[in-house]
Design a protein around this ligand. Structure first.
Ligand SMILES: *Cc1c(COP(=O)(O)O)cnc(C)c1O
Length: 685
């Protein structure tokens, strides 16, 4: 892969093409091979000029895939010529050149905020091409403002600026021409590469001779060619990854590890510029796509206003505003918001509050916390105490508090002689019997409403959640809805509780709260619970709990922007046809060998792979079938993360139908590849 620079200007006509020619000539002088790329061109023939001057043998089409004759903004010129630039086509055209050269200089058109297509700017293209930016500026009056604006905007958009080049396209020798570069050298925090003088002759030799003294390219050379390799070796030296067998990781057992460098919309992009559809929303957090401008702008605005201030005895504006917005969309009755920073703590807070409520109000025997079988509420010890997944939780059994495990079935593997969904209702009936006898000792029941995610996407039959609510109401036991995974549209409604019109006493939210931008969590509860803590201070009935970064303003600002997009984009409405499409396509997966079960609720889906479809016999963990499918999916451009042998599909809600189709295609291919290998192995053994 070559190093790619995106040559942009502070304005049109500042001498980008001459600067490109000069940089290319100087790099070539150092023995490097250099290609140029002019993805969209309107009006003058810069591409032909560069091709000729640099003696390039690529075809003109390869150097310039989009051309329109009229000298207008590219998207308009193309539209008038009946064309529309396609960024994926541009990216693959660049790949061809990259395979031929050490360096490719991509010449943009105009400046960074020139549209390539409606809603797609030169800056987006620079990012998608994985390029570093070189800014070409005029020498004369006005250049300070334009140059600083361009560099700032590039940085604001997460682009890396390799340097600024001045281009003397007029040959004028005024006082501003001689003073501006010096002033900017002081004001800029990026390298100034130098000045391209007024070029009288444009053959390569003359250009080198004219530029050699005043223009230095070493800032472009110093760049790290081995970014991926270097990062990975450092990673292996120092980083301990969550839920990861590090012995496999350091030995590269699961294929080549990937270093993610950037993201856009439904895509993650690695340090080598490879693009992957984010099939699990970066562990279930991304809602409206990565790097949504509204969210990143809210974050940078807030970071420049108030980064953090404690909530212990102080308020801050974003936390206040967000609380109002959360209460507005939450199930009725939830009117108080307690912030924390991850899902586990949001559940622990609910558990502690529900427990302390009974202590505060004199019912001191109500201490037991109930949870369901297969439950997952996080990894801190409090959440582990109410966890029902042995693989994660068993080893800590001597460290945790005692909780009551309510038996609750797996929707795929029915108990002997039972039918779905009867056995689920029977389990609730048994819980009812338990409550009848023991409610005096029970503080709360915590559930993951409708979908038990981490257990492998266990789906509840309709009506179960409502039954749990009724039982809790009747026996004065708090219902804690852990909506960390299901919240913010995942199930197709804003919250899973909405589907059965359930009004829990506590609702825990985290994952999708900031749209995937920053860690933030909230525990919502009722006025009744809140009032249970209102006592004279000396009674010591305060809720003595709080994390240092509770209610962080930047994270809250991200969450506000995230919630606003739901309205603006009509996210939930637009999700419906995509949920149907996902269901349609998944129903075709039953044909695939070893696909035992397909489970979907809204935009949460799991495909369970088994050795034997008739007996539902599982593969052994050592076979790593789920993990191997996900590794395989990477070669088809998709990132997935399994739960055992359940392949999880949880794309961003904003994914387009085309991207969803690509995701399903890759998942199907990956499953077929791995199970056909499995079939070969079985027939030989
Ligand atoms: C992920 C998850 C948690 C834990 O959240 P963290 O932010 O990882 O601590 C809790 N409950 C459910 C249902 C989850 O899916």
């Amino acid at each position: 892969m070559s190093k790619v620079f995106f040559i942009t200007g502070t304005d049109t006509g500042v001498g980008k093409t001459y600067a490109t020619l000069a940089l290319a000539s100087l790099l070539k002088k150092r023995g490097l091979s250099v290609g140029v790329f002019k993805p969209v061109q309107s009006g003058v023939g810069d591409a032909e000029f560069l091709k000729k001057r640099l003696g390039l043998t690529d075809t003109l089409r390869e150097i310039n895939p989009y051309f329109a004759r009229e000298p207008l903004s590219p998207h308009l010129a193309l539209a008038r010529a009946g064309q529309k630039a396609d960024s994926l086509k541009i990216i693959s055209a660049l790949r061809v050149l990259e395979s031929r050269y050490d360096y490719v200089l991509v010449e943009g058109a105009g400046g960074l905020l020139v549209p390539v297509a409606p809603n797609y700017f030169m800056s987006d293209l620079a990012r998608d091409l994985n390029a570093e930016v070189v800014v070409v500026a005029r020498l004369g009056l006005g250049t300070i403002n334009h140059t600083l604006l361009t560099v700032r905007e590039a940085k604001r958009q997460g682009l890396s600026v390799a340097g600024v080049v001045f281009s003397d396209s007029s040959g004028k020798k005024g006082i501003s021409e001689s003073s501006n570069p010096k002033i900017l050298r002081r004001l800029l925090d990026v390298p100034v590469l130098g000045i391209v003088p007024f070029l009288k002759k444009t053959d390569e030799k003359s250009v080198v001779r004219a530029c050699q003294k005043g223009l230095k390219v070493h800032a472009l050379l110093k760049k790290d060619f081995f970014k991926t390799g270097k990062l990975l070796s450092l990673d292996k030296k120092h980083v301990w990854h969550p839920f990861t067998q590090m012995k496999d990781w350091v030995n590269d057992v699961p294929g080549v590890p990937v270093v993610i460098d950037r993201a856009q919309g439904s895509y993650l992009i690695d340090t080598d510029g490879r693009r992957y559809i984010d099939g699990v929303s970066s562990l279930w957090v991304t809602v409206h796509g990565h790097n949504r401008p509204e969210i990143t702008e809210a974050v940078s605005r807030q970071a420049a206003t108030l980064d953090h201030s404690t909530m212990l005895g102080l308020a801050n504006a974003p936390a206040v505003r967000l609380s109002e917005k959360l209460v507005e969309i939450a199930p009725r009755g939830l009117s108080k918001v307690f912030y924390s920073d991850n899902g586990s703590t949001s559940v622990e807070i609910a558990v502690k509050m529900s427990y302390q409520y009974w202590q505060n109000t004199g019912k001191t025997k109500k201490t037991a916390v109930c949870h369901l079988a297969h439950s997952y509420h996080g990894d801190t010890l409090g959440s582990v105490s109410i966890g029902g997944i042995d693989l994660f939780h068993k080893v800590y059994r001597n460290l945790i508090f005692k909780a009551v495990r309510v038996d609750f079935p797996d929707c795929y593997r029915a108990p002997e002689g039972k039918k779905y969904p009867d056995f689920a209702f029977e389990a609730v009936d048994r819980f009812e019997q338990f409550l009848k006898k023991n409610h005096d000792h029970v503080a709360s029941l915590v559930v993951e409403p409708l979908v038990q995610g981490a257990a492998g996407m266990i789906m509840w039959p309709p009506g179960i959640l409502k039954r749990f609510e009724e039982l809790c109401r009747k026996h004065d036991v708090f219902l804690i809805a852990d909506e960390v995974a299901t919240g913010f549209g995942r199930t197709g409604t804003m919250f899973a509780c909405n589907e059965e019109d359930v009004h829990p006493d506590f609702m825990c939210v985290a994952k999708g709260l900031t749209g995937g931008a920053l860690p933030l969590a909230a525990t919502l509860t009722t006025g009744r619970v809140y009032d249970g803590f209102l006592h004279p201070y000396r009674d010591m009935k305060t809720f003595f709990h709080g994390h240092t970064y509770t209610g962080n303003p930047i994270a809250c600002a991200a969450a506000i922007a995230n919630l606003e997009i739901f309205k603006k984009d009509q996210t939930l409405l637009k999700l419906r046809p995509k949920i149907r499409y996902l269901a349609e396509r998944l129903s075709e997966f039953v044909e695939i060998p070893h696909v035992g079960d397909i489970r979907q609720h809204g935009f949460m889906a799991g495909i369970e792979l088994v050795r034997n479809k008739d007996t539902k016999e599982a593969f052994t963990p050592e076979e790593r079938v789920g993990a191997r499918v996900c590794e395989r999916a990477r070669s088809y451009g998709v990132i997935l993360r399994p739960l055992g042998d359940v392949i999880v599909l949880m794309p961003p809600l904003s994914i387009s139908k085309k991207e969803l189709s690509d995701l399903l295609f890759a998942a199907e291919r990956a499953i077929r590849d791995v199970v056909s290998l499995e079939a070969q192995r079985c027939s030989s053994c």
